[in-house]
Ligand binder design. Structure first.
Ligand code: NAD
Length: 315
């Protein structure tokens, strides 16, 4: 079967994701959809011209019909943060877009996996699950995949270790209440707390830098897209190549760490059917408390925006 991905939203994030997907040879076909026709056609032309460098992949401006034989839909449509805005400032506008688009996705292909990237990603992942509760295993958010990569990069610089050998997760909200799991972080198989140069104060400073990276980048260049593009490509690869890869993805939580009825990131195993396994992990009471606070913060936003399970969509 041909491996196909449809990306909705051909702005900074959607087009960079397509570029990373081409570079990593994840798919045979990529279709980009955007309400801005001129933009999507230009992005596609530019991306097509990289095919001779990267290798064959059919890339085109598409329609919702492309979802019929896609395995993944990447949702990157919507407004993005402006300098000074938080991700929650986007909820009203982007929730409208998700309410409009998700039924079109699942009516074209009830089996497709929906990867939410549009912010606030946890709230919109929850919204999509509330509209399609029967699809919750197929609905995931990029969550703290990006935040964890930023954290691992900075830890790598500090410890002078390749970040790919650093196993450290940020969990909870993709945003201001996210939580670094220092108690379970390792370099190779060694707890980072036992590594030479470990200092809780220094590591928490690094975490703050990772958490606030989006604000710094947006201040300088309006948007963040390279790292999330690479993250999207890794998530799609895990699905299309059934990798059963462990990633901290946003998904609907059912009684994990005493948390329920909210979407947030915890490490999960991702394969071609979506999330196939939750990881059980022991974290220290301080981190558990912070994770619960993050869940409570997300629930407040869900409630404030009246996102409820009464609006289930039948397709
Ligand atoms: P952008 O403005 O460059 O692109 C958004 C695109 O969506 C535009 O081209 C617009 O025409 C299109 N669009 C809007 N409504 C649409 C609709 N109904 N149907 C189809 N297309 C539509 O913004 P961006 O920088 O690419 O960011 C996109 C989203 O990704 C934002 O919400 C941003 O906050 C989010 N983001 C998420 C992460 C993450 O880690 N989850 C990281 C970076 C950005």
């Amino acid at each position: 079967m041909s491996k196909k991905i449809t990306i909705i939203g051909a702005g900074f994030v959607g087009s960079t994701a397509a570029y990373a997907l081409l570079a990593k040879h994840v798919a045979d076909e990529i279709s980009l959809i955007d309400i801005n026709e001129k933009l999507v056609n230009s992005q596609v032309m530019d991306l097509q011209h990289s095919v001779p460098f990267f290798g064959l992949c059919k890339i085109k401006a598409g329609t919702y019909d492309d979802i019929k034989n896609s395995q993944v839909v990447v949702m990157a449509a919507g407004v993005s943060q402006k300098p000074g805005q938080t991700r929650f400032d986007l909820v009203k506008q982007n929730a409208r877009i998700i309410r409009d688009i998700t039924p079109k996705i699942f009516s074209k292909n009830p089996k497709v996996i929906l990867l939410m990237v549009t912010n606030p990603v946890d709230i919109l992942t929850y919204l999509a699950c509330s509209l399609f509760p029967q699809k919750e295993k197929q609905i995931i958010g990029s969550g703290t995949v990006l935040d964890s990569a930023r954290f691992r990069f900075l830890l790598g610089e500090y410890f002078k270790i390749n970040p790919q050998s650093i196993h450290a997760y940020i969990v909870g909200e993709h945003g201001d209440s996210e939580v670094p799991l220092l108690s379970t972080a390792t370099i190779g198989n060694m707890p980072i707390t036992r590594f030479k140069n470990y200092s809780k104060k220094a590591i928490l400073k690094i975490f703050e830098k990772a958490k606030n990276a989006a604000y710094s980048i947006i201040e300088g260049k309006q948007a963040t897209y390279y790292a999330i593009g690479a993250g999207i490509a890794q998530i799609c690869q895990a699905i299309l190549h059934n990798e059963n890869r462990v990633l901290p993805l946003s998904h609907l939580i059912h009684n994990q760490c005493g948390i329920s009825d909210v979407a947030l990131s915890l490490p999960t195993v991702l394969g071609d059917k979506g999330i196939v396994q939750e990881l059980i992990f022991d974290i220290c009471p301080e981190e558990m408390e912070k994770l619960k606070e993050s869940a409570a913060m997300l629930k407040k936003v869900i409630k404030k925006n009246n996102i409820i399970y009464a609006n289930i969509v039948k397709i």
